[in-house]
Every structure is written in C-alpha cells, then in structure tokens.
Design a protein around this ligand. Sequence first.
Ligand code: NAD
Length: 305
Amino acid sequence: MTDTLNFEGRVVIVTGAGNGLGKSHALEFARRGAKVVINDLGGATSGGGRDSAVAQKVVDEIKAAGGEAVANGDSVEDGEKIVQCALDTFGQVDVVVNNAGILRDATFHKMTQEDWELIQKVHLGGSFAVTRAAWPHMREAGYGRVIMTASGAGVYGNFGQANYSAAKLGLHGLAQTLAIEGAGKGIFVNTIAPIAASRLTESVMPPAMLEGLKPELVTPLAIKLCHESNTDTGQLFEVGGGWVSRLRWEQTQGARFNPAQGFSAEQLADEWDTVQSFEGAGHPKDMMNTLKVVGELIGVDLSLS
Ligand code: NAD
C-alpha cells in the first residue's frame, strides 16, 4: 500500500526515542519524510544514569536509511533544551510526541516520596516541559500536533503503580485542556494508552505476549494523529497488538434533589441505584453538560457565565 500520510517538511520531536515505542515512532516518522529530533536520556528503566549513545544509535539508523534526524540527550524535564535543539537544527517544531518514561513500581504502603516525585517529574513534568516549550512556536505557526503517552494503568488503575497511574491519567487531563486551548490555533492534542513489548514490560509480560505486542503495532496511531490531515483532538485511545480503540466518558442520568431543601445521606442512599444506573447514560464532551444540569437545578443559566 502507498504511504499517503507524508511528513515532508515537518519537524517532529519524539522523546524517549532511543528504545521501544519512541524508537518505533521515530523511525516511522523519518521514513515518511519528517526531520526528527531523537531525544533520549539513555538512562535505566528506574530513572538513573545517562548515555548519549542511545539516541545517537537511532539517528545513525535513520541516516543510514536516507532520513534526517538529530540526537538530543537531555532529560524531558529540560524541555526548553529539546525544543531549542529542534529549532537550532531544523528551524521549527510541528509535532511533539511525549513518550519518554520510567517506572518506580511499589505497592502504595511501600512507595517512597522519591518514587512518587520522580514519576511525576518525568512523565507529567517532562511532557509539560517539552510541550510548554514548543507551544508558543506552534501558536505562532498556527499549526501543531501533540501526543501524550498515557497508560491503561492510569485509566483503570494497576496494582503497584499508584505513582505511575496518577501521572498517566494526569497526562490525559493536560491533553484535554491543551486541546481546548490549542484548537483555535490549529494545534491538536491527543492521548494514547499503548501496550507493547519494551524494556518497561519485558519483566512483567510472558514471552508469547511480548512476541505479539510489537511497538510497531502502536506507531500507526501516532502517525495518524500527528499528520496534518488529522483534526481530532482531546481524544484518548487504547492501542496495541493490532487493536486501536477510542475511550470516552460516560455519565449516568444521576439522582436530582431540590437544592433549596438540601438532601441527607439517607435520601441519597435511597436514590443510589439511580446514581449508579447507566441506563440512558450520556457521553458528555465538555463541562457544559454539567453546568447545564446543575444550572437547571439551581435555576441559573450557568452556561452564560
Ligand atoms: P522504554 O523503556 O523502551 O522507552 C522509554 C525511553 O524513555 C527509554 O529509552 C528511556 O531512556 C527514555 N527516558 C526515560 N526517562 C527519560 C528522560 N527523563 N528524558 C528523556 N528520555 C527518557 O519503554 P516504552 O515501553 O517504549 O515506553 C514508552 C512510553 O510508553 C512510556 O511513557 C511508558 O510509560 C508508556 N507506556 C508503555 C507501555 C508498554 O506496554 N510498553 C504501556 C503503557 C504506557
């Protein structure tokens, strides 16, 4: 099949592109004509260490195949430096794929402050820092595509990953607001929750599963969402092993009480089935639905405020 999703003239930053998913994304962006910043600190899966050869190896592979790329060994916490590398080398930044990540798994009662903070710093802080640095350039150009890499652990929770779950769902919260703020400037921001064989999963997945879950089975979604033809924004996808699926919020009709009279916990208990029942549930796209319902109850048109 011919490639119609071309990235000729586009500059793409992929963080954590030295291994796993990031490497797969970067190789494919480059193969499709993008100039790619291969960012990777080259550290351990738990966050320590640094090795500039990791990013350089991917750059060498891209160049050997006739593509264009530059290596960057900064931590995503120093987002300004990574974006500056894109500007200095290629003069612009069109796409940011926030992908770099580490793990510091521990059950919550054993989780240290350091386990918590490091995960927030790299995942949430790093995605903030890189995107924040690229944002003014995208606004000025009236064009941008951004990916946040979340996880099913954030969407559903996962034993031993309280720090990681919090950061990962935080990324979707960030993406949803950036989607709102970026829409008028042609900047579209989406979140992917992948599943793939990598350094991060090789110790927790059985070999047969690792064999089937190639990072290359996640990359087409990143390519699709980052292409200029894509206008979807603020969306969340699960992807892996050949499956791509979109997630959305679902809201029950809910119980309604007279706000002037208030209501007791016992009255709420009586209506608990109504609170819980998804019969006739809605799929709100923004906060307007909540404002409308609450506004009707209190007799004020909150949608105008
Ligand atoms: P990976 O370890 O193969 O790749 C992550 C890369 O990020 C590594 O090369 C690492 O050196 C780099 N990195 C780590 N900290 C960095 C920092 N501070 N600055 C720059 N680079 C840094 O792991 P992967 O599985 O390919 O993970 C990629 C992303 O996907 C991560 O955000 C991860 O949380 C997420 N994710 C992966 C899976 C999965 O099944 N593999 C599932 C859900 C989410």
